[in-house]
Design a protein around this ligand. Structure first.
Ligand code: SIN
Ligand code: FE2
Length: 216
């Protein structure tokens, strides 16, 4: 949960390096959180959160939806990007301008000018939900970074190296933080520890994460 010490002091973002090409922008999203949450509600209204099945047959603990011209999906056939929501057969909701603007500004702050995401995966974690260690590698090219926005309950992010067995940093992610990884860190293994229970004043008993990518 955000407290006095997590606020951006004198309007400045405190950036924390996570490695070469990887940075955590503390509180970067706080200024636009209301617009982001309002847009998120509209997306979830058109394309409700659902828990998807992995190729191995497990139901993921985090619920997901997407917006943008491509959405990340998984089922028994595999992981992929799809222009349509398999639940409705309709295209995913358009990327809200506030997401695009935020992602472009965060990427530029992290040193990646000209980032133009076409996909936004939205994860919803309820207490106990987690995301196992993985690489984001279903995108067509790896020259764009990943921009990952945290909202709601705090979580512990695991940020490792290019090999699954590499040691991982345990990074606390709080409401409004944005992590960006690209360049030599683009394929870094990462994951989220099981969410601890709590109540966030504006987001409630959950954590929301937006991952913006260039998928196509
Ligand atoms: C992801 O890797 O897709 C999400 C990471 C997070 O929830 O912070
Ligand atoms: Fe990921």
């Amino acid at each position: 949960m955000r407290d006095l010490f997590d606020d951006r002091a004198d309007g400045q973002t405190r950036n924390e390096s996570l490695g070469v090409g990887a940075v955590l922008l503390r509180g970067f999203c706080v200024d636009v959180e209301e617009e982001v949450l309002a847009a998120l509600r509209q997306v979830a209204d058109a394309a409700p959160f659902r828990r998807m099945t992995t190729p191995g047959g497990y139901i993921m603990s985090a619920a997901m939806t997407n917006c943008g011209s491509a959405g990340w999906v998984t089922d028994r056939a595999g992981y992929r990007y799809d222009a349509k929501d398999p639940e409705s057969g309709k295209r995913w909701p358009a990327m809200p301008p506030v997401f695009l603007d935020l992602a472009m500004r965060a990427a530029a702050e992290a040193g990646f000018e000209g980032f133009l995401p076409d996909a936004c995966l939205i994860n919803r974690y309820e207490p106990g939900a987690k995301l196992s260690l993985h690489q984001d590698k279903d995108e067509r090219a790896f020259d764009s970074p990943i921009v990952s926005v945290s909202l709601g309950l705090p979580a512990t992010f695991l940020f490792g190296g290019l090999r699954r067995r590499d040691p991982q940093q345990r990074v606390p992610l709080r409401h409004g933080d944005i992590a960006v990884w690209g360049g030599p860190s683009r394929l870094a293994y990462h994951g989220v520890m099981p969410l601890k229970d709590g109540e966030h004043p504006t987001v409630g008993r959950r954590r929301l994460n937006l991952t913006l990518r260039k998928a196509l």
